[in-house]
Design a protein around this ligand. Structure first.
Ligand SMILES: Cc1ncc(COP(=O)(O)O)c(C=O)c1O
Length: 354
């Protein structure tokens, strides 16, 4: 498929690397492509970044039929720009598309469009340590129609945002609130899709947690409200008596690419690994008997987020010595070293942009 390019006339001024936050600044260009039943995906183009004009009846605004992805481009010390396992993001995008009744995209074409866009915007990939260019592919339902059904037309777009270091002054461990009152997703629902509904469903519980002084919510399963699923918008890991345990992907958990990378590294390092159900009661007991060593979250934004404090009912736990555990530290270093080209990439996770 052709990919048309229209360059911006007046490029924006790029922000200073030291002033970057997350998702506030966007680059000069974006990728766009349209879908119609008679022509399939068509009209692929890279053009100046700008608004998408929508009829107020556009279906995505009413019924939330949309999917998205999140990945990053990294600059190595010798100036190369590279992606980390991007084919996994594109595959997950199509899995989310199936769940949300959205027509799938050609994965090779989508990946080549992302690479082309990043290559055009390569000067926007920041240089300061642990900064990156966040990539947000999205598809939204475009029919102007107020009945509930899958849309017939769609827009696929990709935007880019330079982002700062997540931990500019070292890890900032999370204080988490476990709730059995609010749930994020239910098995048989859309929890394993990267779709806005899951994030909308998490807002209220997350606000309650923040008001009570916690950073994020630890989500339990929606049926029995015992099985641990995710933490905030991350997958979750426990180190219990030397074993690395994480909940299995049962339909209500997002299959994280960082999660998969942690599991792969642990297996390579011969760390005992279990993808198995973990209940909140098991964690409380393990804390009491001294076998709970670490808890951490995994995700593209922060890579690894250590948890040092957990509140459940009327109990407040400090995990380990309240600092950053050795496993969290080791996974963070290993993954970021590969992403920034500081270490070998024996599994072929790195995809160069040019
Ligand atoms: C709900 C949720 N869980 C887990 C993750 C982690 O996935 P990944 O490691 O692919 O970023 C994310 C996204 O980053 C997420 O939004």
């Amino acid at each position: 498929m052709d990919l048309r390019l229209e360059r911006v006339e007046n490029p924006k001024k790029r922000p200073d690397d030291s002033k970057l936050g997350f998702g506030q600044v966007f680059t000069d260009h974006m990728f766009n492509m349209d879908y119609a039943p008679e022509s399939g995906w068509h009209n692929a183009r890279i053009e100046p970044y700008g608004p998408i004009v929508m009829d107020p009846a556009t279906m995505v605004l009413h019924y939330g039929q949309a999917i998205f992805e999140g990945l990053k481009a990294y600059r190595t010390s010798d100036g190369k720009i590279q992606l980390f396992r991007p084919e996994r993001n594109v595959a997950r995008f199509n899995r989310s598309a199936q769940i949300m009744c959205i027509p799938e995209v050609d994965e090779a074409f989508a990946l080549s469009a992302i690479k082309r866009l990043v290559a055009i915007e390569k000067d926007w990939v920041p240089r300061a340590p642990e900064t990156s260019l966040y990539i947000r592919p999205t598809i939204v339902a475009m029919d102007p129609y107020l009945g509930v059904r899958p849309s017939h037309t769609y827009r696929f777009f990709v935007i880019l945002s330079p982002v700062g270091a997540y931990y500019p002054e070292g890890f900032n461990p999370l204080k988490i609130w476990v709730t059995d009152k609010y749930v994020r997703a239910v098995r048989g629902g859309v929890g394993e899709a990267k779709t806005p509904a899951n994030y909308a469903a998490s807002l209220f519980g997350a606000e309650v947690a923040k008001e009570a002084g916690y950073t994020q919510v630890l989500w339990l399963d929606a049926v029995e409200r015992r099985y641990i699923e995710e933490v905030g918008t991350m997958n979750i890991f426990f180190v219990l008596n030397g074993e690395l345990a994480t909940p299995p992907l049962g339909g209500s958990i997002l299959p994280g690419i960082t999660r998969d990378s942690v599991l792969a590294l642990a297996r390579r390092w011969n760390v005992p690994v279990a993808e198995r159900p973990v209940t909140i009661d098991e964690i409380m007991d393990a804390h009491k008997n001294g076998s709970l060593q670490e808890i951490f979250g995994s995700g593209t934004a922060a890579v690894i987020s250590p948890v040092n404090h957990l509140a459940w009912r009327d109990e407040e736990l400090t995990i380990g010595d309240g600092g950053v555990g050795p496993m969290a530290q080791k996974f963070y270093a290993a993954i970021t070293d590969i992403q920034y080209g500081r270490a070998e990439d024996p599994s072929g996770w790195i995809v160069p942009v040019e």
